[in-house]
Design a protein around this ligand. Structure first.
Ligand SMILES: [Zn+2]
Length: 253
């Protein structure tokens, strides 16, 4: 199983490739902003990808979802998984309109936690949200990927108010599966963490930071970060990690 965190500027897009002896699956976690250059389709084309099995979208903000707008013109997408949401927010309304216009309804899944999906040799567990929310960050999708003993947490832009609850359910699922957390994405491009996650990050081998130029000063310079193995797209480009089911190793290609 391979994870590539793509340099899409101030946004997020992780490409996960899962293989067994007979088949390969390509999965995206978030789709980056529309203005990414090269754009997401170019990243996928460069890897010879012809079809996406699943696209997970953490929430409706443009820097996580807008890269999706042109993908179906080039790549069939079997499943699009977006958390169920309230329709009060203008970003959510824009996403709902796009889903209608693009005819994505048949591919669309809006499961709430807890829910587990198996793709090839990997399990994907929706940890959050449990109820449709109104705040895109507090109520964003968080999904735990496990490949045998290797766990990777994709936290989207999850807000500190939800950190404690997500950590609790994440540790429960990992224990049930006999897996440990090998990497985590730093939520909201390096924003503040709740104390539970500040301490938790000290125990996780790798922190993936997807960040680009932004008006918010992200990532914030947290002193604790010095102790973490932070891999970041703005200075290191594409981040590649490979799992054999026991460990998660960084690779150059
Ligand atoms: Zn956001």
């Amino acid at each position: 199983m391979k994870i590539e965190t793509l340099p899409v500027g101030y946004g997020e897009a992780h490409l996960v490739t899962v293989e067994n002896a007979k088949k390969t699956w390509h999965i995206l976690v978030d789709a980056g902003p529309a203005e990414a250059s090269p754009d997401l389709a170019d990243h996928l084309r460069a890897r010879g990808i012809q079809e996406l099995h699943t696209v997970w979208i953490s929430h409706a903000h443009p820097n996580h979802v807008d890269g999706l707008s042109t993908l179906p013109d080039h790549f069939p997408i079997q499943h699009i998984r977006i958390p169920r949401f309230s329709s009060e927010n203008s970003y959510v309304q824009a996403l709902q309109t796009r889903i209608r216009q693009k005819g994505w309804q048949n591919a669309l899944h809006q499961d709430l936690a807890p829910k587990q999906v198996r793709i090839g040799t990997t399990d994907w567990t929706i940890l959050h949200p449990r109820t449709p929310g109104t705040d895109l960050h507090t109520d964003g999708l968080v999904v735990l990927l496990t490949h045998k003993k290797v766990g990777v947490l994709f936290s989207g832009d999850l807000a500190p108010a939800s950190h404690a609850a997500v950590r609790e359910v994440c540790e429960k699922i990992l224990q049930a599966q006999g897996a440990t957390l090998a990497a985590v994405t730093w939520p909201h491009h390096g924003d503040h963490l709740a104390p539970e996650w500040l301490r938790w990050f000290n125990t996780i081998p790798r922190v993936l930071l997807s960040v680009g130029v932004n008006p918010y000063g992200l990532p914030l310079a947290l002193p604790e970060a010095a102790a973490w193995n932070v891999l970041r797209t703005d200075t290191q480009g594409t981040l590649r990690l490979i799992s054999d089911g026991n460990t998660l190793q960084r690779v150059d290609r």
